[in-house]
Design a protein around this ligand. Structure first.
Ligand code: SF4
Length: 285
């Protein structure tokens, strides 16, 4: 997926480090740094979400990944952050910490054929830097490939690395997924994939809310979403909660001019309804 890290505002430039796969994300508000791993330098994704921040997005999969280069880039970046002068000019004193490594880039990371090998490699580099158990390894995914054995192997390898899956879940209806994510995937199939992910690695639902042509999600859309949340709870799918976020950065897609932010009250009200349906919510403005 990633929509790109939905994390926070801030300095988030995948080219800033002049690396192919690895980029730093400085979060001034939350404090600290996230190291992003972009497995889609070709800007290819199997979805085309209307709010996607990837420029020149094309339909497709990740290219072949140069694992040696990826490992070297990650080591160099971690050395700069942990032992070099990366933090001082960029992160306020008192909040200089490494928060996580996030598989999030310009497309769907699990479309990389070597996804499990990438997780293994990141685990080895984390161990080299004494980071296992100290920071999270986050996968930001649209979840559409989680029924593939190699992706499940990768998720299984993430769990002992303090792994966390952020599973995109913007709509629980076919029409909503077609309109927002521009995919014809069935919501029921996605629900099954969510169950698989949550069994393999701690998983959060990741939901972007916004107004389309000035209107918030319809009453029917909201009802379907809340019914899906209730179904997660009923089926005892071990989802950690919902990450509810807004348009932090402009969409780079042709629909950008149709999107706008929702008022904070709307967001708060929707978060309350999700909590009432049974899941914890973290709101990211
Ligand atoms: S899943 Fe959507 S937001 Fe994420 S990279 Fe693909 S098109 Fe962009």
């Amino acid at each position: 997926m990633a929509q790109a890290l939905p994390l926070t505002p801030s300095n988030h430039d995948r080219d800033s480090a002049e690396m192919t796969y690895v980029y730093p994300v400085v979060s001034r508000r939350a404090g600290g740094v996230s190291v992003g791993v972009n497995l889609n330098p070709n800007n290819a994704c199997n979805w085309a979400c209307v709010y996607c921040q990837v420029p020149n997005l094309t339909r497709g999969a990740a290219p072949d990944i140069d694992l040696v280069r990826l490992g070297a880039e990650l080591s160099v970046m971690l050395t700069r952050i942990l032992h070099g002068d990366f933090m001082q000019p960029r992160v306020p004193a008192g909040t200089r910490r490494l928060n996580d490594i996030a598989l999030s880039g310009n497309g769907e990371p699990t479309s990389a054929r070597v996804f499990p090998q990438v997780v293994e490699l990141i685990g080895r580099v984390m161990a080299d830097f004494g980071l296992v158990g100290k920071i999270k390894l986050v996968l930001i995914t649209n979840g559409s490939l989680i029924d593939r054995p190699r992706v499940q192997t990768g998720l299984g390898k993430m769990a002992p690395l303090n792994g966390e899956v952020w599973f995109k879940f913007d709509s629980a209806t076919s029409s909503g997924m077609r309109s927002i994510n521009q995919t014809r995937i069935s919501p029921d199939k996605q629900f099954e994939r969510l169950g698989i992910a949550a069994q393999l690695c701690p998983t959060w639902l990741q939901t972007c809310v916004f107004a389309l042509d000035g209107a918030p999600p319809s009453v029917n859309e909201q009802a379907a979403y809340l019914a899906a949340v209730a179904r997660v709870v009923q089926h005892q799918i071990p989802v950690q909660g919902v990450l509810l976020y807004v348009l932090a950065r402009p969409s780079m897609q042709p629909q950008a001019c149709r999107l706008s932010s929702l008022p904070a009250e709307w967001l708060d009200g929707f978060a309350e309804k999700i909590r009432a349906a049974g899941l914890p919510v973290k709101v990211s403005l």
